[in-house]
Ligand binder design. Structure first.
Ligand code: ATP
Ligand code: MG
Length: 528
């Protein structure tokens, strides 16, 4: 059926045929796999461009730097397969080279937010027990003194990239089941978790993208404003290289610089988070720039309101928004866009992935049209969390299902809709209220620039929905007006019962609302 639902197994799957993966027993690193997908002769477009300086790496330069660095990592720095390496850096041209060099020798990149605090880093170091760190000098002081640190912005590191063509020592054998990278979850619902991903996980995802690569006359140019230490950015670098495309990197996010870069480099697509779409909608500059090269925006990481999509489509009819959904634990995206994109959906499930919607009450797998927790199974599901067997076994079932913690449903056509995170549902009496649903409604108010909803403790109801509102400049909107606006559009138990005005909604680098900060601001102690 068109829903891709199989009654016998109670699972949802892609309508496209499965994608063949390399034989699992073949020794293969994701770096070698990505490079093997590159066309011969090598693409003539740049592989990576630094948007500020305009400097770039061609494909031959990129591959030669990867080889030189891999060789130095083995012979000078004495890294061995399985050795973990902390990476602390904004997006620079050295980063894709470093990722590929580490991956190709079986060492394990563990990139972290360069703004991480000393205590966050010391916890991560305790968990992953790294051999070495690669950091820009500004970020290095927060690393433990005992950790051998190589400065990415030093002449020494540059010399490792350009070492004369000494013969490459034989690369160690890397099994696909080996750990490739440890990537941190965003820490939206608690402390960040170190997600252990294998070479196989990334190979499986790359193979799917490669299989659906459309023949273009010129390879696509992507502009990356997303952090490269997050799974989305990490994977997008691998994908760029495997498909022979061009990625423009931005060291610091700046809206105006981003618009200029789209124009200058004739950018075709950008991976974005929902707040960036909102920023584009609000911007006058977007009308002044030549954005005619921009074909699509790949949006993910947080819920995107229908209202925002609709307004975006009306203002930028030539730019397609392609929503994607995924978790660090699933190596990123598990859905694929289809020609018939449905507003509000994240697409259909990708080839090679099975999905279930599991009832919160009975634990039964549910057919299309029913809400429940999304479970995923397939070759991109993580090995586990580093140093936390308890969290691993509560997230992964013995049959290999990953419990996403997201409340979702499939419609009759097999399109997946994300309602909200289970952990963030507001429990009003016996009802559950998804804050994202209320936020989408609030976003549609012309005087509201941004909004977030949290549970507020209430003696009688347990919790009530409370809204934080950012008014548009000049607006005198009142709390009563906000509550009245919502009340007309929702069932009575969902109505907003408390409002506070705020200057900005706190959000993470990936565009997720930091509800814990709002809970603190609201002045009661959060439930654990
Ligand atoms: P933590 O697990 O540490 O609390 P996190 O879940 O935010 O943080 P990520 O792995 O970066 O860390 O994000 C995955 C989550 O992001 C998903 O479980 C889902 O809740 C949300 N998400 C991702 N894409 C979308 C999307 N397109 N629409 C709605 N939510 C999304
Ligand atoms: Mg999560």
């Amino acid at each position: 059926p068109r829903s891709g639902y199989c009654i016998a197994t109670k699972t949802f799957h892609s309508l496209c045929p499965g994608v063949t993966l390399p034989c699992e027993s073949l020794p293969l690193s994701v770096a070698s796999f990505a490079i093997s997908l590159l066309p011969i002769p090598l693409p003539t477009n740049p592989a990576f461009i630094d948007s500020d300086s305009g400097s770039s790496l061609t494909y031959p330069e990129f591959l030669s730097q990867v080889r030189a660095l891999a060789s130095s990592l083995l012979s000078h720095l004495r890294l061995s397969p399985g050795d973990a390496a902390v990476i602390l850096s904004p997006a620079r041209l050295e980063i894709p080279v470093l990722y590929f060099a580490l991956l190709s020798i079986g060492a394990v990149p563990c990139p972290s937010n360069p703004l991480s605090t000393r205590s966050e880093l010391s916890r991560q170091v305790h968990l992953i027990r790294p051999k070495i760190a690669f950091a820009i000098s500004a970020a290095a002081p927060n690393l433990p003194d005992s950790l051998l640190t190589v400065f990415i912005d030093s002449p020494r590191f540059q010399s490792l990239l350009h070492s004369p063509n000494s013969p490459l020592p034989p690369l160690p054998e890397v099994r696909q089941s080996d750990t490739s990278a440890i990537l941190y979850s965003s820490g939206t619902t608690g402390r960040v978790k170190g997600v252990v991903l294998t070479h196989r996980n990334f190979i499986a995802l790359l193979a799917v993208f490669h299989s659906r690569m459309l023949e273009r006359e010129t390879p696509a140019v992507g502009l990356f404003t997303i952090p490269l230490f997050h799974v989305f950015g990490f994977f997008m670098l691998l994908r760029t290289a495997a498909l022979g495309q061009t990625a423009v990197l931005m060291e610091r996010f700046d809206f105006s610089a981003m618009m200029r870069a789209v124009e200058k480099y004739r950018v075709n697509y950008m991976p974005v988070s929902p707040p960036l779409l909102v920023a584009m909608l609000k911007s006058d500059e977007a009308s002044r720039r030549d954005l005619s090269s921009l074909e699509s925006l790949a949006c993910g990481g947080a819920p995107l309101g229908r209202e925002v999509s609709e307004r975006f489509r009306a203002r930028f009819p030539a730019i397609q928004i392609v929503q994607g959904y995924g978790l660090t634990e699933s190596t990123g995206g598990v859905t694929s866009p289809e020609e018939t994109d449905i507003l509000g959906s994240v697409g259909r499930i990708s080839p090679n992935i099975e999905a279930r919607i599991v009832s919160l009450d009975s634990g039964e797998a549910l057919p299309p049209g029913h809400r429940g927790e999304l479970w995923l199974r397939g070759p991109t599901v993580m090995k586990g969390y580093i140093g936390d067997d308890e969290a691993t076994s509560s997230m992964l079932t013995s049959e290999g299902w990953l419990k996403t913690g997201d409340l979702c449903y499939f419609n009759e056509d097999g399109f997946l809709f994300i309602v909200d995170r289970l952990k963030e549902l507001i429990k009003y009496k016996a009802y559950q209220v998804p804050p994202a649903e209320l936020e989408h409604i609030l976003h549609s108010h012309p005087e509201i620039a941004d909004a977030a909803v949290i549970p507020y403790p209430d003696e009688e109801a347990g919790e009530i929905p409370m809204a934080f509102i950012v008014r548009r400049p000049g607006s005198t909107l009142t709390s009563i007006a906000v509550m009245d606006f919502v009340v007309k559009q929702v069932a009575p138990y969902k109505k907003i019962r408390r409002v506070e005005f705020i200057d900005a909604i706190p959000k993470s680098a990936a565009g997720k609302i930091l509800r814990r900060e709002l809970v603190q601001r609201a002045g009661f102690s959060p439930k654990s």
